[in-house]
Write a protein that binds this ligand. Structure first.
Ligand SMILES: Nc1ncnc2c1ncn2[C@@H]1O[C@H](COP(=O)(O)OP(=O)(O)OP(=O)(O)O)[C@@H](O)[C@H]1O
Length: 371
C-alpha cells in the first residue's frame, strides 16, 4: 500500500487555518445579485471594484457554522480546484459582518436542478454529466475524500448543452474512514440506505460508497426527470420493489426502470448495491459510456433535447434564467413532496437568514432576489 505522502494526498488532509481580515463587503464589492441560498450560506455574484473582476462570494453565516467548519470547506474547495470538473475557488477568504466569506468562479448557467425537465434529459447530455461527475469524484476519492452531498444543486453548469459541468459545495466533505453524522440539510431521495438508517446525531463511518450511490441517483434523475424512490428504506414500496429485482427475488423490473437498456440496468444494479462494501466504485460508470442507455427516446425527451440545444444558441441571459427558475421551482416542489432530510429547524434557519439578508444588503433589490 502506498503511503499518504507518496501519493501526494497528505497536504489535503491538513486543514489550514489563518487570521481572517475584516472586510466591509459593500465598500470593496458591487453585489450584483444573490445566486443561491443553501441552508447555511448565501451565494452572491459580485464585482471586486478595484480589480473590476466578477467573482462569486460564498458567505457562510458565522452563527450557523464554526470557524473550523468554514476553514475546512475553504481548504477543500481550494485544494480540489485544479480538477477541470471541480469549481475553482480563489485564495481569498475574509470576514464580513456576521459571515465568513470565500471567493469562487462564476457558473453562468446555475446548477443542474435548473436544467432537469419532466421526462428527463437527452441521453447524450446525461452521459456528458456522467463522465464529468465521475472524473471529479475519482479525483476526490483518490485523495481519500468523500463529498457526501452529491445532488443536482451541487453540480454547476458552464455550458448549456452540459458539455462543461463542475462539482461544488465541499461543506460536507470529509476524510474517508472518519466518523461522521448525517448531512444536516439535503434531499431524502438522494441518501444511500446506510445513511437513511443511521439515527440522527449517531456517528457512522464515512465511505466513498455513499458518493457512488448519490451519483447513480443524480443520473437516474437526469435520465427520467424524477428520483427512483422517496427514501432508500424498506418501508418505501418503490425501493423495496427495486431491491427484490436487484437481489433476483423477482424478474419483475420496477416500472420506473423499464426505459433502460440491460447495460444501464447493470450499471444501476452495481452502483445502487444496498451494502456499501459491495457497491461498485464510481469508475464503474465509465464502463457504460459507449453503450446505449435508453431503449427508446420519449417525445418529452426529444422536446427537452431541442430545448437544451436551443439554449446554446440563445445569448439572452434573462430568458435562460427564466426557464431555469421555472424548472428549478418545479423540481424543488417535487423534491419537497419527497422530503428534505434535515435536523435543522427550517423555520429558525429561514428567519435567521432573512434577518441576515436584510442586515447584509444595503440594497433592497438584491434582498428581493432571494427565493
Ligand atoms: N460559483 C457559483 N456560480 C453560480 N451559482 C452558484 C455558485 N455557487 C453556488 N451557486 C448556487 O448557489 C446554490 C447554493 O450553493 P452552495 O451549495 O455552495 O451553498 P450551501 O449553503 O452549501 O448549500 P447546501 O444547502 O447544499 O448546504 C447552488 O445550488 C447554486 O445554485
Amino acid at each position: 500500500m502506498r503511503s499518504e505522502k507518496s501519493n501526494g494526498s497528505s497536504i489535503i488532509h491538513r486543514v489550514q487555518e489563518m487570521e481572517l481580515d475584516e472586510v466591509e463587503l459593500e465598500s470593496e464589492y458591487d453585489i450584483e445579485k444573490t445566486l443561491g441560498e443553501g441552508c447555511f450560506a448565501k451565494v452572491l455574484l459580485a464585482v471586486h471594484r478595484k480589480c473590476n473582476t466578477k467573482v462569486v462570494l460564498k458567505a457562510v453565516h458565522s452563527e450557523m457554522t464554526s470557524l473550523k467548519a468554514f476553514f475546512r470547506e475553504f481548504h477543500y474547495s481550494y485544494h480540489l480546484s485544479p480538477h477541470p470538473n471541480i469549481l475553482s475557488s480563489y485564495p481569498v477568504a475574509f470576514k464580513a459582518d456576521d459571515c465568513y466569506v470565500f471567493a469562487q468562479e462564476h457558473a453562468p448557467y446555475g446548477d443542474l436542478a435548473a436544467v432537469i425537465r419532466e421526462g428527463g434529459l437527452p441521453e447524450d447530455a446525461c452521459k456528458r454529466v456522467a463522465q464529468q461527475l465521475t472524473s471529479a469524484l475519482e479525483f476526490l476519492h483518490s485523495k481519500q475524500l468523500v463529498h457526501r452531498d452529491i445532488k443536482l444543486e451541487n453540480v454547476l453548469v458552464f455550458a448549456p448543452d452540459l458539455s462543461k459541468i463542475k462539482l461544488c459545495d465541499f461543506g460536507e466533505t470529509r476524510r474517508e474512514g472518519c466518523l461522521v453524522s448525517k448531512v444536516k440539510c439535503t434531499w431524502h431521495p438522494f441518501l444511500p440506505p446506510e445513511v437513511c438508517e443511521a439515527v440522527s446525531k449517531e456517528k457512522f463511518i464515512c465511505r466513498t460508497a455513499a458518493d457512488c450511490w448519490q451519483v447513480a441517483i443524480v443520473l437516474f434523475v437526469c435520465l427520467t426527470g424524477s428520483p427512483p424512490w422517496k427514501s432508500a428504506d424498506l418501508a418505501d414500496t418503490d425501493f423495496s420493489n427495486f431491491l427484490k429485482w436487484q437481489k433476483r427475488r423477482t424478474t419483475k423490473l420496477p416500472h420506473n426502470f423499464r426505459k433502460f437498456t440491460p447495460r444501464t440496468l447493470r450499471m444501476f444494479r452495481r452502483l445502487l448495491e444496498q451494502k456499501p462494501e459491495k457497491r461498485a466504485p464510481v469508475t464503474e460508470v465509465n464502463k457504460y459510456l459507449k453503450d446505449a442507455w435508453l431503449t427508446d427516446t420519449s417525445p418529452l425527451q426529444r422536446k427537452n433535447s431541442d430545448n437544451l440545444y436551443l439554449n446554446c444558441k440563445d445569448d439572452d441571459d434573462d430568458d435562460i434564467k427564466h426557464v431555469s427558475d421555472v424548472s428549478k421551482t418545479r423540481l424543488r416542489k417535487f423534491l419537497n413532496s419527497y422530503g428534505l432530510e434535515t435536523t435543522v429547524d427550517q423555520k429558525a434557519v429561514a428567519k435567521r437568514v432573512w434577518e441576515w439578508v436584510l442586515s447584509c444588503d444595503n440594497n433592497a433589490d438584491s434582498a428581493l432576489d432571494v427565493t
